[in-house]
Design a protein around this ligand. Structure first.
Ligand code: AMP
Length: 172
């Protein structure tokens, strides 16, 4: 199955110049969704993962079923102010302005192996921030898995030294 056929490109969303990769068309296709989750599960299964951490919001839709398949716990990484208990937080740069991500301080134990999952790797800024959050809590970052990688934005370079895996790569 070619997942490119179920990913929709929306030009100039949310701002002019961005080619937005819309995965709602993949998610609503029962075969494509299962296939995506199965491939990511297969990639993760021998990595001795203790937890999957998903990045709000699309990382939840992809990360949670992978965690379920692997029989490991799921950790939500959320935008500022949404987690109810004590949090560790990180501020990072977006294309315009900055953003804050948070994780519960007791999300995992020191030394646990945590795999990060999100829908798409662009510049890598979001993923790097999440890696730093996990490391601040003394977790071991196993790597990060994505459905889509926008290669021209060189996220992989920003994340040098970490294991990065994606199912589909775009160059435009
Ligand atoms: P970055 O921090 O630049 O790697 O951006 C990654 C985050 O922004 C991910 O959570 C993506 O869901 C979202 N994102 C960035 N660029 C796009 C795009 N062209 N299409 C869809 N989502 C995007």
């Amino acid at each position: 199955m070619d997942l490119r056929n179920v990913i929709r490109n929306i030009p100039d969303f949310p701002v002019k110049g961005i080619q937005f990769k819309d995965i709602t068309t993949l998610l609503k296709d029962k075969d494509a969704y299962r296939y995506t989750i199965d491939l990511l599960t297969e990639h993760c299964k021998n990595l001795k993962i203790d937890f999957i951490a998903g990045i709000e919001a699309r990382g939840f839709i992809i990360g949670a079923p992978v965690a379920y398949n692997l029989k490991v716990g799921f950790i939500p990484i959320r935008k500022e102010g949404r987690l109810p208990y004590q949090v560790e937080k990180i501020t990072y740069q977006l294309e315009y302005g900055e953003s804050i991500l948070e994780i519960h301080k007791d999300a995992f134990q020191k030394g646990n192996r945590v795999m990060v999952i999100d829908d798409l790797l662009a510049t890598g800024g979001t993923t790097l921030a999440v890696f730093k959050l996990i490391e601040k809590l003394q977790g071991k970052v196993v790597g990060a898995d994505f459905i889509i990688e926008l290669e021209m934005l060189k996220g992989r370079e920003k994340l040098k030294g970490y294991e990065i895996y994606s199912l589909i790569k775009y160059n435009i």
